[in-house]
Design a protein around this ligand. Sequence first.
Ligand SMILES: [Zn+2]
Length: 565
Amino acid sequence: MIRFSDYKYERPDIEKISKEFDNLLEKFENAKDVETQNEVIRQINKLRNTIDTMGTLVNIRHSINTEDEFYKKEQDFIDENEPNFQNLVFKYYKVLVNSRFRKELEGKWGSQVFNLAELQLKSFSEEIIDDLVNENRLTTEYDNLIASAKIEFEGETRNLSQMFPFIESKDRDVRKKAYEAYTNFFEENESEFDRIYDELVKVRDKMAKKLGYKNYVQFGYDRLGRTDYDSKMVANYRKQVYESLVPVVVELMDRQRKRLGLDELRYYDEPLWYLTGNATPKGSPEWILDNGKKMYKELSKETDQFFKFMVERELLDLVSKRGKMSGGYCTIIPDYNSPFIFSNFNGTSGDVGVLTHEAGHAFQSFMSMDYELPEYKFPTYEACEIHSMSMEFITWPWMELFFEDDVEKYKFSHLSDAINFIPYGTTVDEFQHFIYENPEATPEMRKSKWREIEKKYLPFRDYEDNDFLNRGGYWFKQGHIFQTPFYYIDYTLAQVCAFQFWIKDRENHEKAWEDYMRLCKAGGSLPFLELVKLGNLENPFVDGTISKVVKPLKEYLDSVDDSKL
Ligand SMILES: [Zn+2]
């Protein structure tokens, strides 16, 4: 049995690859028939998959142990050479979309790769290379600033993520102090965050204008590969959230207030669900993994096969250890047809989330491995999250395995939290539209606009006497706003789809599973709204979808006596 540790890394020979790539492109352009072009596409796919495989092996091994000198050096090598490689793909896209056999090629490979290639071409030109480098440098500055946080709390120096157990404390005094200490870090560095963001907004606006866009908004959408919806549809979607979902969340927050026995629910009370504490898994990481095996064996033949493959080949790196990077992700190693899951278990319900959410991503990619085109192995972000968020709900019947007596607590907070998240995601989105439509706004104007939008979508939010948060500084901690503009509403769009799987699965599991499998197998071969249709899901952009979807969820939550949890 071959294991992850046997997956062989060899430093890619960039010169050789570039030459090979250029030869293939020449062959493509001179092709007298479509069959020759199909053959070149196959060879280019192979070459790209091999380069991806090498880059991914380095990324994974470096993130598992940042102290390993060999992979640290290889990571630098990959980072330095990535732009060269992107440039090759860019050249390939140019000849691909201009092929005189385009119609036949679309017939064979599907239109989606052409749609994606065209957006890539539209959103790049040599004129913006320096600006892109600048953008990268600024987002790295943001990452470094976040990672630099050293918070003195209860006698120890902690980073931002180490503050969360205290922020969720059952003791109101502790969580208030912890949240204040957490916020202080952002306030102390306020001018740095303001400067980095201001420079990011300006450089993005400049690039958009160089490429002929009115402002960054459409450029941002194009960079995300959004081929079948626009900012007007998204604005109308936010309106639906405001009208149909915000009132439900206001009610849920009031239930939380009562459950916690408080007169006022302050911002630092929101992370605590129950006076008796939040739901946690009842065993060690090995025990959680064993229960995961059992769950996926019972769920379906395909998930059983998938999860056994992951475990046998050691494609899960779950626990924290010295030198390991923080966070979690799922990626794929194309030449080995292998997904990979990386996480840092910390004893919270998030550990089970890794085995449902990240495994949902991994399962989709496992089901899409047969696609030769690298573009089709994962769909665009908003569609990607449907698989992961829906798996969280489809696996509900097995949650007792992990949470035992806490299972009702887990289910109630999981579903409520998913609903509560949507108005927040909408706040982030509306804010970013303001930002890029008004690139000249000052940092003060930006913050006060944030607070104004927060009051609209999160009317219950009470920052008490926290001056920084009252001035509109909450979003500094939201990395997406700095790193990938307009990527965030995606989670909410996917959540509205995942809710439909929650509903369908309770009505008819076989039928829901069939729809889910069809969606996984389609990978990224279709744009978002066509995938939605393929999964027999209602389009989140259509008026009425949100109110229809949220109704049975609310009925379920209303039927739970949460005062007993
Ligand atoms: Zn995800």
